[in-house]
Write a protein that binds this ligand. Structure first.
Ligand SMILES: [Zn+2]
Length: 240
């Protein structure tokens, strides 16, 4: 066997082992994050302990994940635009008093609700009779998600997704989905379909609530989540 061939084979083997090792670690850290996020949501973890675990997991993920250099945004609802954001010029956003570590009991609304045309509340777009796709705004990975929610639950997010975008050092959150198509540790491309809009969540399920995506963005400050108003990024995002 030629020496060059053997060397190439060895290189390939070590590369695939590196890649596997990286993905394996990401699954491990993101599954730990997913568990932590559930504990925060249901209030079963002390806040200081939760904050410590949060920043330590982000540090570990940063160490193994190679971020893409692309930091442009795609609008998170296929076929819709910033015109469908609730309120006037993004005034539906309010982060006063909000703290991620308050979990399901949090106050304020550090988010934009983006409404779809669904007058009969069947989750489907009235014009196409099809579900509306929820898209990742940027490249990143899935930190946490849930595809289980039932009408008896008092959890507000329903079926939700948390994405981490290391190139921008931000986290985005997508709530009230009817169906979630990703799992913790998955690497996601900008514009990728991650869910379909729905009416899951304690308030979103109620008859008075028009069908919408609840979308939030957080800066990581000292590796802890601080909400910011993403209105401008949403108005400038590419539409798919
Ligand atoms: Zn909302």
């Amino acid at each position: 066997m030629p020496k060059a061939f053997l060397l190439n084979l060895l290189l390939l083997l070590s590369l695939s082992r590196y890649t596997y090792g990286q993905q394996g670690k990401l699954f491990k850290y993101c599954n730990a994050f997913d568990k932590l996020n559930s504990q925060v949501t249901n209030g079963s973890i002390n806040r200081n302990k939760a904050a410590h675990s949060f920043s330590s997991l982000i540090t570990k993920i940063k160490a193994v994940y190679t971020p893409s250099t692309d930091d442009k945004w795609v609008f998170p609802l296929a076929g819709y635009s910033a015109r469908d954001i609730g309120g006037t010029h993004g005034d539906g956003y309010n982060d006063k008093g909000y703290n991620y570590f308050d979990g399901n009991k949090h106050t304020a609304h550090p988010a934009h609700d983006i409404f779809i045309d669904d007058r009969n509340h069947d989750d489907l777009d009235d014009h196409t009779q099809l579900p509306v796709n929820v898209l990742a705004v940027a490249d990143g990975l899935v930190l946490a998600c849930s595809n289980t929610w039932d009408a008896e639950s008092d959890l507000r997010g329903g079926r939700y997704i948390w994405l981490y975008h290391p190139q921008q050092n931000i986290i985005t959150y997508y709530a009230h989905n009817r169906n979630v198509f990703v799992k913790p540790g998955d690497i996601i491309k900008r514009g990728q379909k991650i869910a379909e809009v729905g009416r899951t969540g304690f308030n979103a399920y109620k008859q008075r609530s028009p069908t919408h995506l609840h979308f939030s963005a957080f800066n990581l400050t000292g590796n802890l989540p601080v909400p910011y108003n993403p209105y401008q990024a949403l108005t400038q995002a590419a539409r798919l």
